[in-house]
Design a protein around this ligand. Sequence first.
Ligand SMILES: NC(=O)c1ccc[n+]([C@@H]2O[C@H](COP(=O)([O-])OP(=O)(O)OC[C@H]3O[C@@H](n4cnc5c(N)ncnc54)[C@H](O)[C@@H]3O)[C@@H](O)[C@H]2O)c1
Ligand SMILES: O=C(O)CC[C@@H](O)C(=O)O
Length: 409
Amino acid sequence: MSNTSLEKSKIRILLLEGVHQSAVDTLNAAGYTNIEYLTHSLAEEDLIEKIADAHFVGIRSRTQLTEKVFESARKLVAVGCFCIGTNQVDLKAATRRGIAVFNAPFSNTRSVAELVLAQAILLLRGIPEKNAKAHRGEWIKSAKDSYEIRGKKLGIIGYGNIGTQFSVLAEALGMEVYFYDVVSKLPIGNATQVGTMQELLNMADVVSLHVPETPATKYMFKAEQFAQMKPGSILMNASRGTVVDIDALAEALGSGKLLGAAVDVFPVEPKSNNEEFVSPLREFDNCILTPHIGGSTMEAQENIGREVAEKLAMYSDNGTSVSSVNFPEVALPSHPNQHRLLHIHENVPGVMSEINQVFSENGINVCGQYLQTKEDIGYVVVDVDKAYGELALEKLLQVKGTIRCRVLF
Ligand SMILES: NC(=O)c1ccc[n+]([C@@H]2O[C@H](COP(=O)([O-])OP(=O)(O)OC[C@H]3O[C@@H](n4cnc5c(N)ncnc54)[C@H](O)[C@@H]3O)[C@@H](O)[C@H]2O)c1
Ligand SMILES: O=C(O)CC[C@@H](O)C(=O)O
């Protein structure tokens, strides 16, 4: 599979799920105008049809980029996830095809941290229930089960970018912060890492989940974990819907074990704003339900739009793959008056020597060479005199183990 440097007007970009206008503006400013912009996600069959012609695709959390979808994405060069999570993308399938995947790892962390902080305060005061009842004409003026956040123990599961931000905000309000993470982490402020999740659940007044979706986190929170929580505590999940067994959570709310819960992400989420949201949690007034909007603030979406679009444009323009989630990371200078070959190959012995042979045997002088490998793939970038770009491309495509190769003029 190959493509010589395409005119920018011929590079097709498919943007789904209503990514922020800043993405379109950034791409336009970089010269990319052939953009199809949709405000919703696509069902698999429609996606397969649309993606067949796309060189770049931009998605959020709803679009599932599966092996089957990639199979039809013959021209696809890179994927931009305009969010943090990349669990909706079959990363192995993308990597096998030499498709780089980018995301925005920091732009919405503050938004999520602010939301969960607010939810903790509201739940400790019983506000969701009092509010719901007031809307129905009931007046619950009472301090029963109503608490200050100050002095309470916060248990964070997954002490990454969001977990640490939440930790700092919570401490500023006087919470005592504990966290559980599979990796040993430097605690920020006065937070304390604990050795097991059970230890954390036994002591925390508020438990907040901030892990990614992985095989290990799938339903990591089920009946057993609810049983380990303190009576009258709170669970918040703004990570991924598959992390919590929703029936077990409904049981814990129904039995009165929990004071309340806040859930932003669900195992099955409506595909669009026109679809009904179905969940056993709807019956509980003490459960804050939000439509996966932890990272949906104007600030975060605008920043994400710009950040991911810049990464796509940079990868397209000069091959820089810095901060790709699945790809060897290479930071490249510009290549004036030279042709740049971007060769993606299986990371097996012999490929690099064959590549170098192409240049020596054909008398092609190498002006610059950059190599990085990651697990199963290698990414080598070679700058050559512009007289040799097309010959080098033709020869490199014949190297055993080549996944794809393109040349930038
Ligand atoms: N609700 C939303 O709108 C929203 C917005 C942004 C992110 N998210 C979700 O939040 C998740 C966390 O985001 P982040 O930026 O903090 O990610 P991150 O990668 O910075 O942190 C995740 C942390 O979880 C830890 N971890 C991984 N597996 C674990 C396990 N089995 N047990 C305990 N800890 C484990 C990691 O070591 C890491 O410290 C994202 O992956 C995404 O799914 C949701
Ligand atoms: O915007 C989205 O659809 C997902 C937001 C969030 O879950 C993320 O992973 O950043």
